[in-house]
Design a protein around this ligand. Structure first.
Ligand code: GCB
Length: 585
């Protein structure tokens, strides 16, 4: 799916602003006719994008995950008469239904990904339209991240596992319209999709269009313009664009070309255009190494989250920009989008700043006691939608297809997961044969996790010295090295996608004590020494870049404090330590 574009041929009107929201805990909104307009007697003002939780905490909705109905009005410009209109949602957390002028125009697809709904025949240029969106923040129990309810904990006799809100993961389930929404317009004859695969020599490019006779493609940059025009055959054409003196993209020099795709009609006139920035780079696995542009690279970076005070998971552009400066300041070269696809704005900045992205599908802690055919189908659909959105991104160098499946050490994981992973990885590879695939293994799933056989990169998360061997780094590193040795048998590069310790900013001790800034720093340094020493380990991502909010339960102080920056981005001691370790000082 292509992001919204503003140019000569297309317009994208940002509908961000203050909308109205009404909560519907009994799911009666449908029967009450809220699709035509919500009950203003019950509604609150709400900023979009932005999660409802912290905005409306005082009104009682901090932990709300049920139906919530949003309403706004938008104007369809008269100028756009005769054009094709749609509403583009960056995402809706986690499921949504959309009505315009009382008519149901469609639903969201995979959670945390965009969806685009046609308005043709629904809106009239020159007139205002009423937009109503019903969002629900609970997850499908058969999704790639399985939902859970408050009742399930009791039924399964796991009261100690009870979280508020009910989730099966370690971050807060912020609900709402968390990314921008656009009213888009384009001509009926338009570019439908394109695939741009870059390497060190240039770009291999293919385009699909609705209407038009030919496509003109230009790669502009480094003092050169490479241009090709071709007739469309069945709406498609393919190109090879190779500059004479290619300038490469890398973390040290994130040079971006401009790629222009112009659709041309039979009379030779331009009728549509899309442009994107693209870098020339090659990322691949060779033996136990990762190579960027032919040179071995060690991944240094973080698992992150998209979240901030007040905004919740709502897009917070100043913080996002700051985060990229902090990534550079600390000497990081990569990020995993733990544990869901991040916004397109995040990817724009990663391209720009030269940050390599391991792009993760929203699949967390899959419990194989409850995995069924629908889980597999939904997991595949989420991968398809993720790759469709991000396939043209220079920064995306690998796909992560799941985080910590088999997390409960359930015996079913060993019995059922091998064929499951075979299908999942084959599905992803068929959609993108160019990027390596990985997942993030949890210790409980074992060092012989069936997913390793399918992966190109052996990804793992380890917390020796935290959840086990508390405050005993000497024992922790022995176990870590044993894990590395055990998974090295695959002969593939190993990346430690998570390791870290909680530190309460301002807590100190002169000996190893959990939750202090000193222990967090010493923990990270001890792990980094093992990462550097092991010949098969090709990188490490500290968990986490910054502190983040979790659901409420007795093992968290409402925040996970494993950030090397606080939630408001002040560095802890470990951040200064990493800056030295990673050579940025
Ligand atoms: C993990 C999870 C991550 C948690 C982290 C922790 O293994 O992947 O979501 O937040 O551990 O801090 O426990």
């Amino acid at each position: 799916m292509m992001p919204p574009v503003n140019n000569r041929f297309r317009s994208a009107l940002d509908l961000s602003g203050v909308w109205q929201i009404a909560f519907d805990p009994e799911a009666e909104g449908d029967a009450k006719g809220w699709a035509n307009g919500i009950d203003k007697g019950l509604s609150f003002a709400i900023a979009v994008p932005g999660s409802w939780n912290e905005q409306l905490a005082e009104a009682g909705f901090m932990n709300y995950v049920g139906d919530a109905w949003y309403e706004t009005r938008f104007f369809v410009p008269e100028l756009s008469a005769g054009r094709s209109h749609s509403l583009y949602f960056g995402s809706a957390d986690y499921v949504a239904d959309v009505w315009v002028n009382g008519q149901h125009i469609g639903s969201s697809g995979a959670a945390m990904l965009p969806f685009d709904l046609s308005l043709d025949g629904i809106v009239t240029p020159g007139e205002e339209a009423v937009l109503v969106v019903r969002v629900n923040a609970s997850l499908d129990p058969d999704g790639p991240t399985q939902g859970i309810t408050q009742e399930t904990y009791q039924e399964q006799k796991r009261p100690r596992d009870e979280y508020l809100p009910a989730v099966r993961f370690d971050f807060f389930p912020f609900g709402g319209l968390n990314r921008p929404i656009y009213l888009t317009s384009k001509s009926a004859s338009a570019i439908r999709d394109y695939t741009a695969i870059s390497d060190m020599a240039g770009v291999t490019f293919s385009v699909e269009a609705e209407g038009g006779a030919a496509a003109l493609v230009r790669l502009i940059g480094g003092g050169e313009t490479v241009e090709q025009q071709q007739e469309l055959v069945d709406g498609c054409a393919s190109f090879e664009l190779a500059p004479a003196a290619p300038k490469l993209w890398s973390p040290d020099s994130p040079f971006l070309y401009r790629l222009e795709i112009i659709l041309i009609d039979a009379a030779g006139a331009a009728i549509d255009q899309i442009s994107q920035k693209i870098g020339l780079r090659e990322f691949r696995v060779e033996g136990t190494s990762l190579l960027l542009n032919g040179e071995p690279i060690i991944l240094k970076g973080f698992g992150k989250h998209e979240e901030s005070p007040l905004h919740g998971r709502g897009l917070n552009l100043p913080q996002l920009v700051k985060d990229f400066h902090l990534l550079k300041w600390i000497g990081a070269n990569s990020v995993r989008t733990s544990h869901y696809p991040y916004s397109e704005e995040f990817l724009d900045l990663a391209d720009e700043f030269g940050i390599l992205v391991v792009d993760e599908v929203f699949s967390i802690n899959l419990d194989f006691r409850h995995v069924n055919d629908s889980t597999l189908a939904n997991h595949k659909a989420a991968i398809s939608e993720l790759i469709a959105r991000d396939k043209n991104r220079t920064c995306v160098v690998a796909w992560s297809l799941s985080n910590e499946p088999g997390y409960l050490a359930e015996p079913e994981y060993r019995e059922k997961s091998a064929p499951y992973w075979k299908e999942i990885f084959a599905h992803a590879r068929a959609l993108d044969p160019t990027r390596p695939m990985t997942h993030a293994n949890v210790g409980y799933a074992g060092n012989d996790d069936p997913a390793f056989a399918e992966s190109d990169i052996v990804g793992m998360n380890r917390y020796h010295g935290w959840y086990s061997e508390p405050a005993q780094l000497d024992r922790a590193v022995v176990r870590l090295k044993a894990d590395f040795d055990a998974v090295a048998v695959h002969g593939k590069p190993i990346v430690l996608f998570e390791f870290g310790a909680d530190a309460m900013a301002g807590q100190h001790a002169s000996y190893d004590q959990m939750f202090t800034e000193e222990y967090q720093q010493r923990f990270i340094e001890a792990y980094w020494a093992e990462i550097q020493a092991h010949p098969a380990v090709a990188g490490g991502h500290v968990w986490n870049f910054a502190d983040f909010r979790t659901a409420q339960h007795g093992r968290r102080v409402v925040h996970n404090l494993k950030g090397v920056f606080t939630r408001t981005r002040e560095p802890k001691m470990a951040a200064w330590g990493l800056r030295k370790l990673w050579g940025a000082e």
